[in-house]
Design a protein around this ligand. Structure first.
Ligand SMILES: [Zn+2]
Length: 197
């Protein structure tokens, strides 16, 4: 009985873990989703971005050129202070960035300067080529999280989202925000890329 119970739990976990991957299939190119939460001195931003808007393809990177495209996109996404412009007087600085994707491993998405050695890279490459066959016709996203800590959070009343400048095929970001002065939805475009509250 004890064993059976454990199996049921494992099954439920497997289904829960698999669910986000399926949810990612239906996405619209050019449109990203963002959650902004500002509480106390902390501002947290989560985004789900179609992989195609970062690299112009959305299969596991195979060629050197494709791997380089992922490394370049990751380097931009790790440069948090360039993607999100905070009011200078709020004194906000990025403290954490994390990037994840079903089609690109840690060795491509890690912050520049922290990536693993060449041997690991080669092994991972084989795995990616295998996955590529299965995912050739599917969509893929990149999930990103940025954390900022602000010295004067009471001065934080706006954030300019500068992703559009770095990834020009991105045309729209649907935002859910929870801040001291505003809760709810907002939509950003290249022409209107500032969140205020
Ligand atoms: Zn897609």
């Amino acid at each position: 009985m004890k064993h059976r119970k454990a199996c049921v739990k494992v099954f439920v976990c497997a289904v829960l873990l698999a669910a986000p991957a399926y949810a990612h299939k239906a996405h619209e190119h050019g449109a990203a989703h963002m959650n902004l939460s500002v509480e106390g001195e902390k501002a947290e931003i989560e985004m789900e971005i179609p992989f195609a808007d970062l690299t112009a393809f959305e299969h596991a990177p195979e060629t050197e050129a494709e791997k380089k495209a992922v490394l370049n996109a990751a380097a931009i996404l790790h440069d948090a202070a360039k993607l999100f412009v905070f009011p200078a007087e709020a004194g906000c600085r990025p403290t954490k960035v994390s990037l994840e994707s079903d089609i690109a491993g840690e060795e491509l998405l890690a912050a520049p300067g922290t990536r693993g050695g060449a041997a690991k890279h080669g092994e991972e490459g084989k795995k990616e080529r295998h996955d590529d066959h299965e995912k050739a016709e599917k969509h893929a996203d990149l999930d990103a999280e940025w954390t900022f800590v602000c010295r004067n959070p009471e001065k934080l009343r706006r954030i300019e989202v500068a992703l559009f400048k770095h990834f020009p095929s991105l045309q729209e970001i649907d935002v859910q925000m929870t801040t001291p002065g505003r809760q709810g939805a907002a939509e950003l475009t290249p022409q209107s890329a500032v969140l205020q509250w």
